[in-house]
Design a protein. Structure first.
Length: 232
């Protein structure tokens, strides 16, 4: 007899004993269409709470816009957000990051592959398997320990080159670019103006926050190129 875990009337999680079983469920029609459900080593993490309007949604849109321009201008690869599932058998990981970037070279080398939709339709894919180049997570009230402890360790084991962490909930805005180190992620180099270096994108970034005309939060992910940095 199959066992399921019911979290309210809208969500039932079947008993899964491995990453492969979770991935099968995640790509099936039975998988919930809302919320974020991730598989980390030894646990399934569920967050069905809505995103905070300013500290998550508004910030994420700003980051998407800036990184999209960088990636598109350089024809660097694929930038995806939200419901893009990224899995790594090496890390026992299957997650839907806030943002993920995978370079053309990563796909071409086979370090990341796309999983086709079950229907076999041309150019229809439902999952990325392998090592992302850059992952962005924005901290929410229910993801603090996950984003600051469990996910960094898992993304490092999955082979990610950079892990960007942002937290806009408090009085002070937090933004850190972490680069891959020998045994985990380490803070990327920064300059006197607060810009941090992304080796993956060959750019320097700084996150700022201000009030808009209605008094709501607005965010600016400022950037400068390697050439701009050398000319200073």
């Amino acid at each position: 007899m199959a066992t399921t875990i019911a979290l309210g009337e809208d969500l039932e999680i079947p008993f899964v004993g491995s990453l492969s079983e979770f991935r099968q469920w995640a790509l099936s029609e039975d998988f919930p269409e809302r919320g974020r459900i991730d598989y980390l080593p030894g646990r399934i993490e569920v967050d069905m709470t809505p995103e905070d309007y300013y500290t998550h949604g508004t910030l994420k849109v700003e980051v998407i816009g800036v990184l999209r321009d960088v990636v598109k201008a350089g024809d660097l690869g694929d930038l995806q957000s939200d419901r893009t599932r990224v899995s790594s058998p090496d890390a026992e990981l299957s997650v839907e990051p806030d943002l993920v970037f995978i370079a053309h070279e990563t796909f071409e080398s086979g370090r990341a592959t796309l999983v086709p939709k079950a229907t076999g339709e041309a150019d229809r894919y439902v999952e990325v398997v392998g090592s992302p180049n850059l992952v962005v997570e924005i901290v929410s009230d229910h993801s603090v320990t996950k984003d600051t402890e469990r996910l960094p360790a898992a993304y490092w084991k999955a082979g990610a080159a950079e892990y960007w962490l942002m937290d806009a909930r408090g009085e002070e805005l937090f933004f850190r670019i972490n680069r891959r180190g020998v045994a985990g992620f380490e803070p990327a180099p920064g300059d006197a103006d607060g810009f941090q270096h992304s080796a993956v994108l060959s750019q320097w970034f700084r996150l700022a926050r201000r009030r808009d005309r209605r008094g709501g939060w607005a965010f600016d992910l400022e950037r400068k190129s390697q050439t701009d940095q050398r000319d200073r």
